[in-house]
Structures are given as C-alpha cells and as structure tokens.
Design a protein around this ligand. Structure first.
Ligand code: ADP
Ligand code: MG
Length: 472
C-alpha cells in the first residue's frame, strides 16, 4: 500500500476544535484518496458520525458486517487516518445502527499504529423496558407483497388495537426466511411506541422452554408463569418447537387461557398452520385457531426486486437495475437468501476491487446455488410436480402426448437436472426410459417458457419455491 499520501499536514488538527461531523468529514477526505472509489462508496460513505468525546470519535455502521469488513481489509488506512485527524491518542469506536439491546463497540486506536491493537468490548445495555424486541424490525422496512398481504394487514390492525380485534391469537406461519420474525416483532415495536404503558414481551419458543426448565429447577414455576400472565402482549416465535414438550405445552396452555380471557394479545409464529403441527396438544391446536391464522408465501418477482433495491440502499450499494433484476429472477426461494446474495456480491466485488457487474452477479448466484444444501430425489420432484398439476403420478412415465402430462414430465426433468446430481441418462431412465437428448430438449423448453410466458414463469417459480422450501 502506498502510504505517502498520508502525509497531509493540513489535515492535522487539534481535536478540541472539531465536532463529530467535521472530524469524520476529514477522515473521509483522507480515506477517499487512499481507496478505490467503489470501496469508498460502498464501505465508508454509509458510515455516520455520532459523537466526538475527547479523542474518541464514535461512528455508526449500517450493520455488523461492515465492521468485519473494514477491520479485515482497511484497518491500516483507518488507523492512519485517525492518527492524522485526531492525533496520537485518537480513537475510533463504532456502534451498529439501531441495535439497542446489544451494543457492540470496537476501537481503532491510533496510538499504536505500528503494532495495532483493536480493543473490542461488548457491553449489553438493557432497554428501559425488557421487551427483547429488536428495533431493526419495523413496519416501515417491511415490504408489502402479495405473499404477505393478509398477515401484514392483520398485523397493522393488531398494533392499533392490541387485544381488541378478533385476531387473537394472531398466528403467522410460513417457510424459513419469509419475514415471520420481522413481522411479529414489528407489531411489538409498534405497540411499544403507540402504547408505552403496555407490557410487551417477545421471545422464542426455545427461550421460553429453557426459562421454564430453569424455573422448575429453581422452584419458581409460579413466578415464571405469573410473569407471562401479567403481560399485555405476548409474542412467541417458532411455536412449532413446543411440539412434543408436554410440560411446556401444559404451562403455556394455562398462560394462554389467562391472557386470552383478559383480552390480552397473543402473537405466535410457526413454520406450519396449527392443524399440521404434529405432537401438539389438541387443546392448543384448537386455541391457536380461535383468532386469525395467516400465512406468508414466498415473494413474487416485483417484491423480490423491491426488497433488493431497498437493502442495496441500506447497505449504501450502487447496483444497476439490470443486476438487481438478475438477482431477483434467480434467487427466488426466500428473503434471507436475497439479502445474502447482496452481501456476497458486495464482498466479492470489494475483495477483488472489482465493479459490481452482471458477470459477477451471475457467479454469485451460482455459488449460492452450490452452497444451498438441497437434498431431493427425482421421485420427490415428480411427486410434487404431479400434485401441483393435479395428475396421477404414474402417468408421468407413460408414453403419452397429452399436453399436461408432457408439461409435467418436462418440468420434472428440468428440476431433476437443476436440483439433483443425477446424470442426464439417469434422469431420462426415470421418466419411462427416455434418452439424454430428450432431457436436454425438455430443459431447453422449460427455460424458453420461463423467458417468454409469464404464467408459465409463475408456475415454474412456484414449483421451485415449493421444492426448495420442502427439501432445503
Ligand atoms: P423468518 O422468521 O420467516 O424465518 P425473518 O423474519 O427472519 O424470516 O426474515 C429474514 C430476513 O428477511 C430478515 O433480515 C428480514 O428483515 C428480511 N425480510 C423478511 N421479510 C421482509 C419484508 N417483507 N421486507 C423487508 N425485509 C424482509
Ligand atoms: Mg424467524
């Protein structure tokens, strides 16, 4: 690295004359001269100054990933910059945007540039009111789409009138990474804001179970149960994990009754609707169905694009619409993976000091596809497709030219090639002893339909979602 650029005497200032804004501005000026424009835009522009106390400049980062990245790749530059701007005792500490519960703070210390020590302390700051809610999850950054319309609308109504709607309990279900946690925590955050007097608590089913076991051991079950019976809003995430735990279910049953009778709001999430939760007490299944059960479906294309745009802005990334659309077209299963694709893209672009190009996006998508652990067989695929298209399973192997059967067969061949490791030959054999060129033809045909026919595209995407959700 060329360090000569750091000798910039004009920028050496006495810290007492600086406020956080101007100190950070000076830092940016130096940093800009020493990194590529893309690195600057991606990693440094989104950082906000917070305060300057003595020699310590505190800044805010959009997410923890920024810290890891800067620490790993730019710590030398940052340290030298602090030295230049804040002097030999200068320090840079950071906080993560919006993280109230756990405040991570790390320090870059400019006093010791030759042998830099990064002091990292994790302090936990208890919010005034222990809700366990993560303030990052808000309605404002929850994007609406067809797949979450009902759930989102009900969530809004509940937050206006907790316990006072017929949506009690409110039971949200759907696959992983689709926004259940985000949505139910948004309700909690909104209620805390609108009704500061209400006692709101969020916890995962696992924490609930662990606390319960601890309460049993400490002989404090009554206290434990009383605590939750005393809430105005009880939000429990991933309630499917209560299945098979009889004692916990029994206790939860009583808490549920007390809350429900006194018109307190109960909000639950799960990967499946209540009646499909095997190993759940019938009494609970029926109670879970008293209020409103709303599902969240995988996001459609427009929503995927909207989410990517939004997150790219959050991360301060500049990405062309073409690339966002490419990602949205190719990462279809869930929202967590969409977010992951952006981070991955960002990381590989700046690791290799490359621009974010369509080519890089294509490679990132490929990597994600290989990372994805999907464990599915040709038979699983045939079964799901036949169910979806409403045709008997054995028909798919028959020598018929009936339109819907040919379609099912082609789709099944296409997904078998996409999602399993079988050779074209093996795939052909599975579908009535057809040869490998038939499989290639089928795959091309499906790809063509995906490009040119919107209703086919929806069908293909929805099958892909189903396969991935059920077998990842
Ligand atoms: P789940 O609990 O269903 O597994 P999460 O709520 O944890 O899913 O969501 C996964 C990630 O996707 C989170 O970072 C969340 O903020 C984001 N996310 C999910 N749904 C949306 C949405 N509708 N708008 C914006 N971000 C979303
Ligand atoms: Mg969740």
């Amino acid at each position: 690295m060329d360090n000569s650029k750091f000798v910039n005497l004009e920028l050496i200032q006495k810290t007492e004359n600086l406020d956080a804004n101007s100190a950070w501005k000076k830092c940016l000026t130096i940093i800009k001269e020493n990194v590529t424009l893309m690195t600057y835009n991606t990693w440094f522009l989104p950082i906000r100054p917070v305060s300057l106390d003595q020699n310590t400049l505190k800044v805010q980062l959009p997410n923890p990933f920024f810290w890891e990245w800067i620490d790993e790749h730019f710590s030398t530059i940052v340290k030298k910059t602090i030295y230049d701007v804040l002097g030999p005792n200068g320090k840079l500490s950071y906080i993560i945007a919006d993280e109230k519960e756990i405040k991570e703070e790390a320090l870059f210390n400019s006093a010791n540039t030759s042998n830099p020590v990064i002091i990292k302390t994790v302090e936990t700051k208890k919010p005034s009111h222990e809700t366990n809610l993560n303030p990052r999850y808000k309605f404002e950054n929850f994007i609406k789409g067809e797949g979450n319309q009902l759930a989102r609308a009900a969530a809004g109504a509940i937050s206006d009138n907790p316990g006072g709607t017929s949506f009690n309990p409110f039971f949200v279900y759907g696959g992983v990474g689709l926004g259940k946690t985000h949505l139910i925590q948004s309700i909690g955050n909104s209620i805390v804001e609108k009704f500061p007097g209400k006692k709101v608590i969020y916890l995962s089913t696992d924490s609930f179970t662990v606390e319960f076991v601890e309460a049993i051991q400490a002989n404090r079950v009554n206290e434990f149960s009383g605590f939750y019976r005393n809430m105005d809003v009880l939000i429990i995430d991933d309630i499917q994990f209560i299945t098979g735990k009889e004692k916990t279910q029994d206790l939860f049953f009583h808490i549920f009754n007390t809350l429900h009778q006194s018109r307190k709001q109960i909000i639950l999430s799960s990967d499946k609707p209540p009646k499909e939760l095997k190993g759940l007490d019938e009494r609970l299944i029926s109670r879970f169905q008293w209020g409103l059960s709303a599902d969240i479906q995988p996001p459609e294309l427009e929503m995927r694009i909207a989410i990517l745009k939004n997150k790219a802005e959050d991360y301060g990334m500049m990405i062309s619409t073409e690339i966002l659309e490419y990602l949205a077209n190719n990462i279809t299963s869930n929202i967590r993976e969409l977010e992951g694709s952006l981070i991955k893209l960002l990381a590989s672009a700046s690791l290799n000091s490359k621009e974010i190009t369509l080519d890089l996006a294509k490679r990132t998508v490929k990597e994600i596809a290989t990372d994805r652990k999907i464990n599915i067989t040709i038979d699983d695929i045939s079964k799901i497709i036949c169910t979806q298209l409403n045709i008997p399973e054995n028909k798919i192997r028959e020598k018929t030219r009936k339109k819907e059967i040919v379609l099912a067969r082609q789709l099944a061949m296409y997904f078998s090639k996409e999602l399993t490791k079988n050779s074209l030959k093996t795939i052909g054999l599975h579908f009535g002893g057809r040869d490998h060129s038939t499989v290639i033809h089928a795959c091309n045909n499906v790809e063509q339909m995906h490009k040119s026919d919107t209703s086919m595209r929806d069908l293909i995407d929805s099958i892909r979602n189903k396969l991935e959700l059920n077998y990842s």
